[in-house]
Write a new protein. Structure first.
Length: 215
């Protein structure tokens, strides 16, 4: 149980990418913004949305019907794995090449617009900076995998732990970024990017194997 929670927590922390979110926060916030408030609202919003995705996904896939393959939820989750694998691969590739993954969801114009907003905790911080398309697919897959009560409890604990890390990282964003420095950030981004690419390849292969099993 502990090892399962640890692995799921590590996966969630990696795809949520708190360090990337902290960098974005520092680039769009105003001097008078309350970091603690932003961190709390952003983390809570992501937690609620993630909870819904995780624990509704299994129900959704079970009740999806198609005229071609009625009621075959296994096919749909494999398609999601392939799509998620492709999305995550590009995110990881961008990160290991020393670029900001957030540039995929926020361009310069959008960042400038965000700076002018009074409230940035929900949009753009929670969505789409933290909870982007790639993360969405990971949540769908993890949620579908949790078939029984014990698995769902383990996944819930992992989500809580990952959001705690997110909250603390955003709350102390300035201190963390200052402590890590440019080289520290690059090293962590590289390792995160590699792990994201590893997850993406596993997703893609498993999804492809699942699709091929229908042929």
């Amino acid at each position: 149980m502990i090892s399962k929670i640890f692995i799921d927590t590590l996966i969630l922390i990696t795809v949520f990418n708190p360090l990337e979110a902290a960098i974005v926060l520092l680039s769009i916030r105003n001097p008078y913004d309350n970091d603690t408030k932003i961190a709390f609202i952003s983390s809570l919003t992501v937690f609620v949305l993630s909870f819904i995705i995780l624990f509704v996904s299994s129900f959704l896939f079970t009740h999806i019907h198609s005229d071609i393959l009625p009621g075959n939820e296994t096919l749909y989750i494999n398609v999601v794995k392939i799509i998620g694998g492709i999305l995550l691969f590009f995110v990881g590739w961008i990160m290991i090449n020393g670029k900001r993954a957030s540039n995929m969801v926020l361009n310069k114009k959008e960042k400038k617009f965000a700076k002018e907003k009074e409230e940035i905790a929900i949009i753009p911080m929670a969505v789409p900076v933290i909870l982007g398309p790639g993360v969405f697919t990971v949540l769908l897959v993890l949620g579908d995998r949790a078939k029984n009560t014990i698995s769902k409890e383990e996944l819930f604990i992992s989500l809580v732990l990952s959001m705690l890390v997110m909250y603390l990282t955003l709350k102390y964003a300035e201190k963390i970024i200052k402590f890590l420095g440019l080289h520290g950030i690059k090293i962590i981004s590289l390792l995160t990017g590699l792990f994201i690419m590893f997850i993406s390849i596993i997703f893609f292969i498993n999804g492809l194997k699942g699709i091929l099993s229908f042929m």
